[in-house]
Write a protein that binds this ligand. Structure first.
Ligand SMILES: [Zn+2]
Length: 415
């Protein structure tokens, strides 16, 4: 849990204990079950559930044990309309905004391009417009919106909600995002790193029986890693865990901003693959620009996005030069993931993020074989590879989940 979030407690401790138990149950719990699960007395459970019902956070939803001996028990479930959280994903290319209900379902979403050149003022204005648009959803009581979570590229200062120095977007350096949002919306806000938010969303939707040790590979403008270890999202000592960009995977590969060749992040970054596509003559340089082999063009994010779609489509359509470029990034990812899986003993890797859908079929087809080649020396167990269950909005959904967690999860610190 991000320690810098500091959203106000809107429910007393015992209420959060009961809410949390109801939230984690499938299909609801009776008062008797709640007493047993929480360790609270029957009288306390009765009092607490009465208050939660009055606040509209839970509802009575059918009976248990009907037709069998003994009194049927009323099941209690969350009231989805009891509270809402806003989640925003700030990406160099696109601003995604979702409204989640108390059960964690997306009730509305909005997507718009990020202002060009990363101007902080314009970015803030666009975020506020996106938030305004999801809050205007018919049937949503604005008074029940409890906060705004923002997933942003790291590094971030979680204590102060400041975006510190994201690579690729100098305009966001020292962007006091949390305070600006709180003063503009009047809602408590938090800022979390995008890859960590994505892992939070994935963890929230984990199917029963899914493994509890896995990595979430977030593939957007760059690539990063969210870790779920022992069932908990791992945030690290400053809540900036997940930077794996400069791990060397391809000696002699692409030149990275750090001055070395073959860093994993650089070797899979869509802009890098697009430049390789232009050099190889697979892609037309935009606006008839002159291309010198090995020298990067200044490309803005939308152009990269369009060309990346063309490159991956060409690879899928059988263009050998395009396929070689994409497949080299898959081989590099396989090498990196084999090492990661061996280091952490994880047995599952989940992929997602805005650039993922364009490479999904190729990755899932090739990665198992590529990893198996490497596994001979490193890994002793198979690793399940899959796409996210949450969809393209995964980081925005995770940021809103963090708001719900921060508000409704019982923590000793609240006592
Ligand atoms: Zn590097």
């Amino acid at each position: 849990m991000p320690k810098g979030a500091n959203l106000p407690a809107i429910a007393a401790f015992n209420e959060t204990v009961v809410l949390d138990a109801v939230r984690r149950s499938e299909g609801g719990l009776s008062r008797v079950e709640l007493a047993s699960v929480t360790g609270l007395s029957a009288q306390t459970v009765t009092n607490v559930t009465r208050r939660l019902l009055a606040q509209g956070l839970i509802r009575e939803a059918g009976k248990q044990n009907e037709g069998s001996p003994g009194k049927p028990r009323t099941l209690l479930r969350l009231d989805p309309a009891g509270a809402y959280a806003v989640g925003v994903h700030l990406d160099p290319t696109v601003i995604t905004c979702v409204l989640l209900d108390l059960e964690g379902e997306v009730v509305e979403h909005d997507r718009r391009p990020s202002p060009p050149d990363g101007d902080a003022k314009e970015t803030l204005a666009a975020i506020l417009e996106a938030i305004g648009s999801v809050l205007a959803t018919p049937g949503v009581d604005a008074a029940r919106v409890i906060g705004v979570g923002v997933a942003a590229p790291g590094p971030i200062d979680a204590e102060t909600g400041v975006v510190v120095r994201p690579p690729l977007i100098p305009g966001w350096n020292d962007f006091h995002l949390r305070d600006e949002l709180t003063s503009a919306t009047g809602l408590p806000s938090l800022v979390a790193k995008d890859v960590i938010s994505a892992a939070v969303a994935e963890r929230w939707r984990d199917p029963a029986g899914a493994s509890k040790d896995y990595a979430f590979i977030y593939y957007g403008t760059g690539a990063g890693i969210g870790l779920v270890l022992n069932g908990e999202v791992y945030t690290g000592s400053t809540e900036n865990a997940g930077d794996a960009g400069h791990v060397l995977v391809d000696p002699g590969g692409a030149l990275c901003a750090c001055g070395r060749r073959g860093c994993w992040g650089e070797s899979v970054r869509p802009q890098r693959l697009v430049m390789q596509g232009i050099w190889a003559g697979v892609l037309e340089p935009p606006g008839g620009e002159t291309v010198v082999d090995g020298v990067d063009l200044e490309l803005d994010v939308e152009v990269v996005d369009t060309l990346f779609t063309q490159l991956t489509a060409a690879a899928d359509a059988g263009d050998g030069r395009a396929a070689a470029i994409v497949d080299r990034s898959i081989r590099n990812t396989a090498f990196y993931l084999s090492n990661l899986a061996a280091l952490l003993d994880i047995d599952r890797v989940v992929f997602g993020g805005p650039s993922w859908s364009r490479v999904e079929s190729r990755y899932l087809e090739q990665l198992p074989g590529r990893m198996a080649e490497i596994d001979m020396s490193i890994l002793t167990h198979p690793v399940l590879l899959q796409g996210t269950a949450v969809g393209e909005d995964v980081a925005a959904v995770g940021a809103a989940c963090l708001v719900l967690d921060e508000t409704f999860s019982p923590r000793v610190g609240r006592l």
